[in-house]
Design a protein around this ligand. Structure first.
Ligand code: ZN
Length: 102
């Protein structure tokens, strides 16, 4: 199954005043441009979720649990050179705070 997290979760920096980087509220992927924003059913952009999670008005995997999302994301982060242990640690730190999983 294709899911998101091609880049992995963002390092969330809360304290910068002007530059609040949007991250996907499902997978934690940084969304630097509108091109990676998700799409609503009416064709407008959804800036809360990335296009990999929310391509056309609904989640790719609407029944996914937080644990499944973490397991799906780990291999992508490992591909980026992050150790599996570290990837899991970061995902466990970031994902539970995101809107989709609250
Ligand atoms: Zn996403």
């Amino acid at each position: 199954m294709t899911v998101c997290c091609h880049i992995g979760p963002a390092k969330i920096e809360v304290s910068k005043e002007d530059e609040i980087m949007k991250i996907c509220q499902s997978c934690g992927m940084p969304m630097q441009t509108e091109e990676v924003y998700g799409n609503n059913a009416d064709g407008t952009k959804n800036d809360e979720y990335c296009v990999y999670c929310f391509p056309k008005g609904e989640f790719v995997d609407p029944n996914a649990t937080l644990e499944e999302m973490i397991e799906t994301c780990v291999p992508f982060m490992v591909q980026q050179g992050v150790s599996e242990e570290k990837a899991r640690e970061e995902l466990n730190a970031v994902l539970p705070g995101l809107k989709r999983w609250k």
